[in-house]
Design a protein around this ligand. Structure first.
Ligand code: RIB
Ligand code: CA
Length: 321
């Protein structure tokens, strides 16, 4: 696609397993002009999230093609918390360890975000697939930044149903609720791709097994999701894993994958039992203007077909280079 018609994207990650697959989609999509990737502490510590990000780009043969900037090593106010029980000690379930990479010297994700948004006013799609700390720090420096964005699409929160970090709290929001509160009130057009839809974004082992392991990206996805799938099998009885971040990236490419509704969404930051929850005001009790397009339905088959095709294509592109 011509450069001018591609969607200019900034991608913020805490590269763990599903972030890695989101990066694969974003870095190889003809519909996306990837302006850069920023990293933040979340699933794993900042350095590991950054190394993992660089290794995924190296796997794709795209080292040096996209700026990678390191950001926050801890939430704005809360103590740091990792999810190594899900993503493994390395964050990528031990995969790609043999790919040598160097941490970038640039350490300020928020300054890179500010500079990129200023250079492309109204054009940038910011995709957040991690705690919101980096963009919250950018907003601290430049409260006007939200209005200069094209849109924000974030994987996080849950409007109806259970959480995965607390009874009704989702990890990316619950790790840094103060940051999420600032982002959800920044004035940008915001789409929330929460557990409401990502709990249905199920990549099944039987789907992956139909793909050729000779394709290097297919092979990586099989290996990096293996433990993730075994864990899901223990609780749900089938070998599968939730493609949280890949869905958020896919929605930026094909918004028809989900159905959304515009509601006021708040983030709880001062509660004993509900801390870190996203509260979606479906019935307008708070009489606040809607600030978030909440994804409530997913076209599951359409997404899985999209995902598998993009994974195959990413590896096929490699083989032709
Ligand atoms: O709740 C799922 C989210 O938390 C995903 O972005 C996953 O990578 C973790 O960051
Ligand atoms: Ca993530």
């Amino acid at each position: 696609m011509e450069g001018h018609s591609r969607k200019k994207v900034l991608l913020d990650v805490d590269t763990g397993v599903d972030d890695a697959i989101g990066i694969i989609i974003a870095a190889t999509a003809p519909e996306i002009q990837l302006m850069g990737i920023t990293t933040v502490s979340g699933n794993i510590d900042l350095a590991s999230a950054t190394i993992n990000t660089l290794r995924v780009l190296k796997l794709l043969g795209k080292s040096g093609q996209y700026p990678v900037h390191m950001g926050a090593s801890s939430p704005l106010k809360r103590p740091v918390r990792y999810a190594t029980e899900v993503h493994g000690k390395t964050g990528l379930s031990g995969q790609l360890q043999d790919l040598p990479v160097e941490l970038p010297r640039e350490t300020s994700a928020e300054d890179f975000m500010i500079d990129t948004i200023d250079r492309h006013p109204g054009e940038i799609t910011l995709i957040l697939t991690a705690p919101h700390t980096n963009f919250a720090k950018a907003l601290e420096k430049r409260p006007d930044l939200g209005e200069k964005l094209g849109e924000i699409i974030f994987m996080g929160g849950v409007a109806e149903g259970r959480g995965n970090e607390s009874p009704r709290g989702e990890f990316n929001i619950a790790i840094d609720p103060e940051a999420a509160d600032r982002v959800l009130n920044c004035g940008a057009k915001i789409t929330m791709v929460g557990l409401d839809v990502t709990k249905k974004a199920l990549l099944r082992r039987k789907d992956l097994e139909t793909l050729d392991s000779g394709n290097p990206v297919v092979n990586f996805v099989k290996l990096v999701t293996a433990d993730y799938m075994n864990r899901y099998h223990q609780t749900h009885g089938e070998y599968a894993c939730l493609m949280h971040d890949p869905l958020a990236v896919s929605v930026a490419i094909d918004p028809s994958l989900v159905t959304t509704a515009h509601h006021f969404v708040a983030v709880e930051t001062e509660s004993t039992y509900c801390d870190g929850e996203t509260v979606c005001d479906f019935n307008g009790y708070f009489q606040e203007p809607p600030n978030v397009h909440v994804a409530l339905e997913l076209n599951q088959q359409q997404f899985i077909s999209f995902l598998l095709n993009r994974i195959i294509k990413a590896g096929a592109d490699l083989e032709t280079h």
